[in-house]
Write a protein that binds this ligand. Structure first.
Ligand code: PLP
Length: 362
Protein backbone atom coordinates (compact mmCIF):
# COMPACT_ATOMS: atom_id res chain seq x y z
CA UNK A 1 0.00 0.00 0.00
CA UNK A 2 2.83 2.40 0.85
CA UNK A 3 5.61 0.78 -1.19
CA UNK A 4 6.46 3.83 -3.26
CA UNK A 5 6.74 6.03 -0.14
CA UNK A 6 8.86 3.42 1.67
CA UNK A 7 11.08 2.94 -1.38
CA UNK A 8 11.67 6.68 -1.63
CA UNK A 9 12.66 6.77 2.05
CA UNK A 10 15.03 3.83 1.56
CA UNK A 11 16.58 5.36 -1.56
CA UNK A 12 17.48 8.52 0.33
CA UNK A 13 19.02 6.52 3.19
CA UNK A 14 16.36 7.80 5.56
CA UNK A 15 14.69 4.50 6.36
CA UNK A 16 14.24 4.06 10.09
CA UNK A 17 13.61 0.94 12.07
CA UNK A 18 13.28 0.23 15.78
CA UNK A 19 15.79 -2.11 17.33
CA UNK A 20 15.61 -3.55 20.82
CA UNK A 21 18.38 -1.72 22.64
CA UNK A 22 21.46 -3.75 23.35
CA UNK A 23 21.95 -3.38 27.08
CA UNK A 24 25.43 -4.90 26.84
CA UNK A 25 26.69 -1.76 25.13
CA UNK A 26 27.94 1.24 27.09
CA UNK A 27 25.19 3.77 26.72
CA UNK A 28 26.24 7.11 25.25
CA UNK A 29 22.98 7.39 23.33
CA UNK A 30 20.21 7.96 25.83
CA UNK A 31 19.07 11.13 27.58
CA UNK A 32 19.46 9.70 31.05
CA UNK A 33 22.15 12.35 31.68
CA UNK A 34 22.71 11.63 35.36
CA UNK A 35 22.13 7.88 35.29
CA UNK A 36 19.12 8.20 37.60
CA UNK A 37 17.26 5.51 35.68
CA UNK A 38 19.72 3.02 37.19
CA UNK A 39 19.53 3.94 40.90
CA UNK A 40 17.95 0.85 42.49
CA UNK A 41 17.29 2.43 45.89
CA UNK A 42 15.03 5.06 44.29
CA UNK A 43 13.13 2.40 42.38
CA UNK A 44 12.60 0.38 45.56
CA UNK A 45 11.50 3.44 47.54
CA UNK A 46 8.96 4.26 44.82
CA UNK A 47 7.63 0.69 44.82
CA UNK A 48 7.16 0.87 48.56
CA UNK A 49 5.27 4.16 48.36
CA UNK A 50 3.07 2.80 45.58
CA UNK A 51 2.10 -0.15 47.76
CA UNK A 52 0.75 2.23 50.36
CA UNK A 53 -1.82 3.60 47.93
CA UNK A 54 -4.99 1.71 47.15
CA UNK A 55 -4.58 2.16 43.42
CA UNK A 56 -1.54 2.24 41.17
CA UNK A 57 -3.20 3.46 37.96
CA UNK A 58 -4.53 6.94 37.17
CA UNK A 59 -7.61 5.42 35.49
CA UNK A 60 -9.03 8.61 33.95
CA UNK A 61 -8.28 12.14 32.81
CA UNK A 62 -7.04 14.68 35.34
CA UNK A 63 -10.24 16.59 34.66
CA UNK A 64 -12.45 13.65 35.62
CA UNK A 65 -10.99 11.83 38.64
CA UNK A 66 -7.47 10.92 37.52
CA UNK A 67 -5.70 13.77 39.33
CA UNK A 68 -4.05 12.03 42.27
CA UNK A 69 -2.28 13.20 45.41
CA UNK A 70 0.94 11.79 43.88
CA UNK A 71 0.60 14.26 40.98
CA UNK A 72 -0.16 17.12 43.35
CA UNK A 73 2.80 16.38 45.63
CA UNK A 74 5.19 16.41 42.71
CA UNK A 75 3.67 19.59 41.27
CA UNK A 76 4.04 21.36 44.63
CA UNK A 77 7.67 20.31 44.85
CA UNK A 78 8.33 21.58 41.31
CA UNK A 79 6.66 24.93 42.01
CA UNK A 80 8.61 25.43 45.22
CA UNK A 81 11.99 24.49 43.72
CA UNK A 82 11.53 26.49 40.53
CA UNK A 83 9.72 29.55 41.92
CA UNK A 84 6.59 29.21 39.75
CA UNK A 85 3.03 29.55 41.05
CA UNK A 86 1.47 26.62 39.24
CA UNK A 87 2.47 23.24 37.84
CA UNK A 88 0.67 20.73 35.64
CA UNK A 89 1.88 17.19 35.05
CA UNK A 90 1.39 15.62 31.63
CA UNK A 91 1.89 12.19 30.11
CA UNK A 92 4.96 13.14 28.04
CA UNK A 93 6.97 16.05 26.67
CA UNK A 94 5.36 15.53 23.30
CA UNK A 95 1.94 15.99 24.91
CA UNK A 96 3.14 18.99 26.92
CA UNK A 97 4.31 20.76 23.76
CA UNK A 98 1.09 19.85 22.03
CA UNK A 99 -0.86 21.23 25.02
CA UNK A 100 1.01 24.55 25.00
CA UNK A 101 1.47 25.20 21.31
CA UNK A 102 -1.97 24.06 20.22
CA UNK A 103 -3.87 26.03 22.87
CA UNK A 104 -2.03 29.28 23.64
CA UNK A 105 -1.81 30.97 20.20
CA UNK A 106 -5.34 31.94 19.08
CA UNK A 107 -6.57 33.37 15.80
CA UNK A 108 -5.22 36.94 16.02
CA UNK A 109 -2.02 35.93 17.79
CA UNK A 110 1.53 35.38 16.61
CA UNK A 111 3.62 32.34 17.51
CA UNK A 112 7.36 32.65 16.91
CA UNK A 113 9.47 29.51 17.24
CA UNK A 114 13.18 28.95 17.01
CA UNK A 115 13.70 26.99 13.80
CA UNK A 116 15.35 24.19 15.83
CA UNK A 117 12.35 23.83 18.17
CA UNK A 118 11.38 20.24 18.86
CA UNK A 119 9.24 18.33 16.33
CA UNK A 120 6.36 18.10 18.83
CA UNK A 121 6.05 21.91 18.90
CA UNK A 122 6.54 22.30 15.16
CA UNK A 123 3.89 19.67 14.56
CA UNK A 124 1.44 21.43 16.90
CA UNK A 125 2.12 24.78 15.20
CA UNK A 126 0.69 23.33 11.98
CA UNK A 127 -2.69 22.93 13.65
CA UNK A 128 -3.12 26.64 14.40
CA UNK A 129 -5.24 29.47 13.05
CA UNK A 130 -2.69 31.91 14.49
CA UNK A 131 0.18 33.37 12.45
CA UNK A 132 3.32 31.24 12.83
CA UNK A 133 6.85 32.47 12.13
CA UNK A 134 10.20 30.78 12.69
CA UNK A 135 13.39 32.66 13.46
CA UNK A 136 16.94 31.59 12.67
CA UNK A 137 18.29 29.32 15.37
CA UNK A 138 19.26 31.29 18.49
CA UNK A 139 19.50 34.54 16.48
CA UNK A 140 18.17 37.17 18.88
CA UNK A 141 18.65 40.04 16.43
CA UNK A 142 16.34 38.33 13.98
CA UNK A 143 13.87 37.54 16.77
CA UNK A 144 13.83 41.20 17.82
CA UNK A 145 13.13 42.29 14.24
CA UNK A 146 10.18 39.88 14.16
CA UNK A 147 8.91 41.09 17.51
CA UNK A 148 8.63 44.62 16.16
CA UNK A 149 6.57 43.58 13.17
CA UNK A 150 2.82 43.26 12.78
CA UNK A 151 -0.15 44.00 14.94
CA UNK A 152 -1.12 40.94 16.93
CA UNK A 153 -3.32 40.46 19.96
CA UNK A 154 -0.76 38.27 21.74
CA UNK A 155 2.74 37.15 20.86
CA UNK A 156 4.11 33.80 22.08
CA UNK A 157 7.77 32.90 21.68
CA UNK A 158 8.93 29.27 21.93
CA UNK A 159 12.53 28.25 22.55
CA UNK A 160 14.54 25.41 24.13
CA UNK A 161 16.98 25.62 27.04
CA UNK A 162 19.51 23.29 25.42
CA UNK A 163 18.60 22.33 21.87
CA UNK A 164 18.06 18.62 21.52
CA UNK A 165 20.16 17.98 18.42
CA UNK A 166 22.82 20.72 18.21
CA UNK A 167 23.23 20.82 21.99
CA UNK A 168 23.34 24.65 21.84
CA UNK A 169 22.41 26.74 24.86
CA UNK A 170 19.56 29.25 24.66
CA UNK A 171 20.69 32.88 24.35
CA UNK A 172 19.83 34.75 27.56
CA UNK A 173 18.61 37.77 25.57
CA UNK A 174 15.34 36.01 24.83
CA UNK A 175 14.27 36.66 28.43
CA UNK A 176 15.10 40.37 28.12
CA UNK A 177 13.26 40.66 24.80
CA UNK A 178 10.10 38.93 26.02
CA UNK A 179 10.09 40.97 29.22
CA UNK A 180 10.57 44.19 27.25
CA UNK A 181 7.67 43.50 24.87
CA UNK A 182 5.53 41.60 27.41
CA UNK A 183 5.31 38.49 25.28
CA UNK A 184 4.64 35.01 26.54
CA UNK A 185 7.76 32.88 26.56
CA UNK A 186 7.71 29.07 26.43
CA UNK A 187 11.01 27.44 27.35
CA UNK A 188 11.27 23.72 26.65
CA UNK A 189 13.83 22.54 29.20
CA UNK A 190 13.83 18.87 28.18
CA UNK A 191 17.63 18.85 27.82
CA UNK A 192 18.65 21.58 30.27
CA UNK A 193 17.05 20.32 33.50
CA UNK A 194 19.62 18.20 35.34
CA UNK A 195 22.42 19.59 33.21
CA UNK A 196 22.78 23.37 33.67
CA UNK A 197 22.28 25.83 36.52
CA UNK A 198 23.62 26.10 40.05
CA UNK A 199 20.79 23.84 41.24
CA UNK A 200 20.70 21.82 38.01
CA UNK A 201 17.21 23.17 37.33
CA UNK A 202 17.89 24.39 33.79
CA UNK A 203 18.22 27.77 32.11
CA UNK A 204 15.98 29.82 34.44
CA UNK A 205 18.36 28.69 37.16
CA UNK A 206 21.50 29.21 35.06
CA UNK A 207 20.54 32.77 34.10
CA UNK A 208 19.03 33.54 37.49
CA UNK A 209 15.64 34.44 36.03
CA UNK A 210 12.86 35.03 38.52
CA UNK A 211 9.75 33.58 36.88
CA UNK A 212 7.01 36.09 36.08
CA UNK A 213 3.52 35.80 34.60
CA UNK A 214 4.90 35.74 31.03
CA UNK A 215 7.15 32.75 31.65
CA UNK A 216 6.23 29.15 30.90
CA UNK A 217 8.68 26.36 31.54
CA UNK A 218 8.20 22.86 30.20
CA UNK A 219 10.27 19.98 31.54
CA UNK A 220 10.31 16.29 30.80
CA UNK A 221 10.69 13.34 33.16
CA UNK A 222 12.09 10.94 30.58
CA UNK A 223 15.53 12.51 30.38
CA UNK A 224 17.69 13.63 33.32
CA UNK A 225 14.89 12.71 35.73
CA UNK A 226 15.12 9.05 34.72
CA UNK A 227 11.38 8.35 34.49
CA UNK A 228 8.56 9.14 32.03
CA UNK A 229 6.20 12.09 31.69
CA UNK A 230 6.43 15.87 31.70
CA UNK A 231 5.37 19.06 33.49
CA UNK A 232 4.47 22.64 32.71
CA UNK A 233 5.30 25.46 35.15
CA UNK A 234 3.47 28.76 34.74
CA UNK A 235 1.26 31.37 36.43
CA UNK A 236 -2.09 30.42 37.97
CA UNK A 237 -3.81 32.29 35.16
CA UNK A 238 -2.12 30.29 32.38
CA UNK A 239 -2.65 27.09 34.36
CA UNK A 240 -6.40 27.77 34.58
CA UNK A 241 -6.52 28.44 30.86
CA UNK A 242 -4.62 25.23 30.03
CA UNK A 243 -6.93 23.15 32.23
CA UNK A 244 -9.81 24.45 30.15
CA UNK A 245 -8.29 24.43 26.68
CA UNK A 246 -5.28 22.09 26.41
CA UNK A 247 -6.54 18.89 24.84
CA UNK A 248 -3.73 16.57 26.07
CA UNK A 249 -4.62 17.58 29.62
CA UNK A 250 -8.36 17.21 29.22
CA UNK A 251 -8.72 14.30 26.84
CA UNK A 252 -5.92 11.96 27.94
CA UNK A 253 -5.59 9.65 30.90
CA UNK A 254 -3.61 11.34 33.70
CA UNK A 255 0.14 10.59 33.83
CA UNK A 256 1.30 7.29 35.29
CA UNK A 257 1.32 7.40 39.09
CA UNK A 258 4.38 5.20 39.35
CA UNK A 259 6.40 7.29 36.88
CA UNK A 260 5.38 10.51 38.60
CA UNK A 261 6.37 9.20 42.03
CA UNK A 262 9.66 7.86 40.66
CA UNK A 263 10.39 11.23 39.02
CA UNK A 264 9.74 12.94 42.36
CA UNK A 265 12.21 10.66 44.14
CA UNK A 266 14.76 11.12 41.36
CA UNK A 267 14.29 14.88 41.44
CA UNK A 268 14.90 15.00 45.21
CA UNK A 269 17.98 12.79 44.77
CA UNK A 270 19.30 15.07 42.01
CA UNK A 271 18.84 18.16 44.20
CA UNK A 272 20.46 16.47 47.22
CA UNK A 273 23.47 15.40 45.16
CA UNK A 274 23.78 18.38 42.89
CA UNK A 275 27.36 19.26 43.78
CA UNK A 276 28.49 15.76 42.92
CA UNK A 277 26.64 15.83 39.59
CA UNK A 278 27.91 19.30 38.68
CA UNK A 279 31.47 18.05 39.28
CA UNK A 280 30.89 14.97 37.10
CA UNK A 281 29.37 17.07 34.29
CA UNK A 282 32.43 19.36 34.37
CA UNK A 283 34.73 16.35 34.02
CA UNK A 284 32.82 15.09 30.93
CA UNK A 285 32.99 18.55 29.36
CA UNK A 286 36.73 18.66 29.94
CA UNK A 287 37.17 15.31 28.16
CA UNK A 288 35.22 16.51 25.10
CA UNK A 289 37.32 19.67 25.05
CA UNK A 290 40.53 17.66 25.24
CA UNK A 291 39.67 15.20 22.47
CA UNK A 292 37.60 17.37 20.13
CA UNK A 293 38.44 20.96 21.10
CA UNK A 294 34.74 21.60 21.59
CA UNK A 295 33.03 23.42 24.47
CA UNK A 296 29.78 21.61 25.24
CA UNK A 297 26.99 23.81 26.64
CA UNK A 298 25.05 20.91 28.12
CA UNK A 299 25.68 17.17 27.83
CA UNK A 300 24.91 16.71 24.13
CA UNK A 301 27.89 16.35 21.80
CA UNK A 302 26.76 16.60 18.23
CA UNK A 303 29.44 15.00 16.01
CA UNK A 304 28.82 15.95 12.39
CA UNK A 305 29.51 13.48 9.58
CA UNK A 306 29.34 13.83 5.81
CA UNK A 307 26.55 11.44 4.97
CA UNK A 308 23.79 9.28 6.39
CA UNK A 309 25.79 6.20 5.32
CA UNK A 310 28.76 7.43 7.37
CA UNK A 311 26.56 7.94 10.40
CA UNK A 312 25.23 4.39 10.16
CA UNK A 313 28.70 2.95 9.57
CA UNK A 314 30.18 4.81 12.55
CA UNK A 315 27.33 3.64 14.75
CA UNK A 316 27.95 0.02 13.72
CA UNK A 317 31.69 0.27 14.29
CA UNK A 318 31.21 1.90 17.67
CA UNK A 319 28.70 -0.80 18.60
CA UNK A 320 31.17 -3.51 17.71
CA UNK A 321 33.64 -1.81 20.06
CA UNK A 322 30.99 -1.92 22.80
CA UNK A 323 29.54 1.62 22.63
CA UNK A 324 26.06 2.83 21.82
CA UNK A 325 25.47 6.30 20.29
CA UNK A 326 22.58 7.98 18.52
CA UNK A 327 22.78 8.02 14.70
CA UNK A 328 20.61 10.97 13.66
CA UNK A 329 19.89 11.60 10.01
CA UNK A 330 17.82 13.99 7.91
CA UNK A 331 14.99 14.95 8.14
CA UNK A 332 15.48 15.05 11.94
CA UNK A 333 18.66 17.09 11.37
CA UNK A 334 20.01 18.89 8.30
CA UNK A 335 23.51 17.42 8.58
CA UNK A 336 23.83 13.79 9.77
CA UNK A 337 25.25 13.52 13.28
CA UNK A 338 26.33 11.07 15.91
CA UNK A 339 24.49 12.27 18.99
CA UNK A 340 26.78 11.50 21.90
CA UNK A 341 25.68 11.82 25.53
CA UNK A 342 28.52 11.49 28.06
CA UNK A 343 26.23 10.19 30.77
CA UNK A 344 27.76 10.77 34.16
CA UNK A 345 27.01 7.27 35.41
CA UNK A 346 29.55 5.87 32.94
CA UNK A 347 33.04 6.10 34.39
CA UNK A 348 35.28 8.85 33.01
CA UNK A 349 37.85 6.25 31.97
CA UNK A 350 35.30 4.49 29.75
CA UNK A 351 34.29 7.77 28.18
CA UNK A 352 37.93 8.56 27.42
CA UNK A 353 38.28 5.14 25.80
CA UNK A 354 35.25 5.92 23.68
CA UNK A 355 36.61 9.35 22.62
CA UNK A 356 39.96 7.82 21.70
CA UNK A 357 38.22 5.19 19.59
CA UNK A 358 36.04 7.77 17.85
CA UNK A 359 38.98 10.06 17.05
CA UNK A 360 40.78 7.13 15.43
CA UNK A 361 37.76 5.97 13.41
CA UNK A 362 37.91 6.87 9.74
C1 PLP B 1 13.31 19.29 23.23
C2 PLP B 1 12.32 18.21 23.42
N1 PLP B 1 11.07 18.52 23.73
C3 PLP B 1 10.12 17.59 23.90
C4 PLP B 1 10.41 16.26 23.75
C5 PLP B 1 9.34 15.22 23.94
O1 PLP B 1 9.44 14.69 25.21
P1 PLP B 1 8.95 13.20 25.53
O2 PLP B 1 10.01 12.29 25.02
O3 PLP B 1 8.79 13.19 27.00
O4 PLP B 1 7.67 13.02 24.81
C6 PLP B 1 11.70 15.88 23.44
C7 PLP B 1 12.00 14.43 23.33
O5 PLP B 1 12.53 13.77 22.76
C8 PLP B 1 12.69 16.87 23.25
O6 PLP B 1 13.93 16.52 22.91
Amino acid sequence: MYSSELNAIKKSNRFRKREVCNTNLIDFASNDYLGLSEVKSLLLKTCKTMQSYGTHAPKSSQLVNGYHQIHKNFEELLCKSNGFSSALVLGSGFLANLALIESLPRKKDLLILDEEYHASGLFASKLLDATVWKFQHNNMDELEKFLNKGDFKRVIVAVEGIYSMSGNLLDKRVFELCDKYKFLLIVDEAHSVGVVGEKLLGVFDLYDIKPNKYHIKMGTLGKALGSYGAYILCSNHISEYLQNRAKPLIYATAPSLFDTELAKENFIYMCDNREFFIGEIKKRKAIIKRYFGYDMDGLIFSYKLKSSQDVLRYREELASAGFSVGAIRPPTVEIPILRIIPRVSVEEKKFEEFCKYLVELK
